[in-house]
Design a protein around this ligand. Structure first.
Ligand code: NCD
Length: 294
């Protein structure tokens, strides 16, 4: 039975720690032949810069070949069902298919039909497990290993964010306290976490801020005045941070000067590019974990 990564729920806490430890070894960016002769398929039905190229580089660094499905010219455009598309790709013998789709639940659905591993590269507002793993690795490296008792503020369009969802599942397992900061229309309707509408309420308590992009593509109607108005209240600026030693994360793509301003992005407290580097190593660890028999 192939193993899948549909959400962080698929991983036990010891498995998460094992993956992060292995990812630390892969940070040397050396080429390894662990997946030589294997094929990985990228099946991205939504835009992606980081996640898709990160999986591709991770697979290639492990010696695998990568096939990027060109969705624009694929047969789903001719009326083939998603399951049939996946079954046909699966029949060609890849070791894994990375799936990104605007609808929640697509990776889970496909995982019930194919022989290869399905890895969720982001589905709707549901989950983005490798992003949460790379965020966790970034935080773990920044705080010297132990995250117990650290406080992370997740700021922005939390309600529509699969990145927030996966982090809200994963970070508390490591003893991290989470506080959600957003205008009312961006907060989930029910949450066990502390919430506030104002950055100034929590700025003296937090060790890290995870800023999120406003997920405009998931809004049926615009419930806010403008992104610029949002930015005036929630942009992470040097003024907001002051001289506090707060780590600043963002999954990308960043709405520059709305989510985080130019000065903070250039400040050593910003770990945004560190996250991207860590993402390749985390995805190498995930590919190895799912594909190489124990
Ligand atoms: C995120 C995504 O697509 O879920 N980006 C990413 O994978 N790095 C977040 C976003 O699009 O805002």
């Amino acid at each position: 039975m192939a193993r899948h990564l549909v959400s962080t729920h698929n991983l036990s806490t010891p498995q998460v720690i094992g993956l992060l430890d292995r990812a630390e070894e892969f940070l040397d960016e050396r080429h390894r032949d662990i997946l030589a002769g294997k094929i990985i398929v990228n099946m991205f039905f939504e835009n992606s810069t980081r996640t898709r190229s990160s999986f591709e580089i991770a697979a290639k660094r492990l010696g695998a070949e990568v096939v990027n499905l060109d969705i624009g010219s694929s047969s789903t455009k001719k009326g083939e069902t998603l399951v049939d598309t996946a079954l046909n790709l699966d029949a060609m013998g890849p070791s894994a298919i990375i799936v990104r789709h605007k609808h929640s639940g697509v990776p889970e659905l496909l995982s019930h039909h194919v022989r290869c591993s399905i890895i969720n590269g982001g589905d709707g507002a549901h989950a983005h497990p490798t992003q949460a793993l790379l965020d966790l690795l970034t935080l773990r490296r920044r705080f010297g290993g132990d995250l117990a008792g650290k406080t992370v503020a997740i700021v922005g369009d939390i309600k529509n964010s699969r990145v927030a969802n996966s982090n809200m599942e994963l970070l508390p397992r490591m003893g991290v306290n989470i506080v959600l900061v957003a205008p009312p229309h961006f907060l989930p309707s029910a949450t066990a976490f502390r919430t506030t509408h104002h950055l100034c309420d929590i700025i003296d308590e937090v060790d890290a801020i995870m800023s999120l992009r406003t997920q405009t593509e998931r809004h049926e109607t615009q419930t806010y005045a403008s992104l610029a108005d949002y930015g005036r209240q929630y942009c992470i600026t040097e003024e907001v941070l002051g001289n506090r030693d707060i780590a600043v994360l963002h999954p990308g793509p960043v709405h520059r000067n709305i989510d985080i301003d130019d000065a903070v992005l250039a400040d050593p407290r910003s770990l945004v590019l560190e996250q991207v580097k860590n993402g390749v190593a985390v995805r190498m660890a995930v590919l190895e974990h799912l594909i190489v028999p124990c």
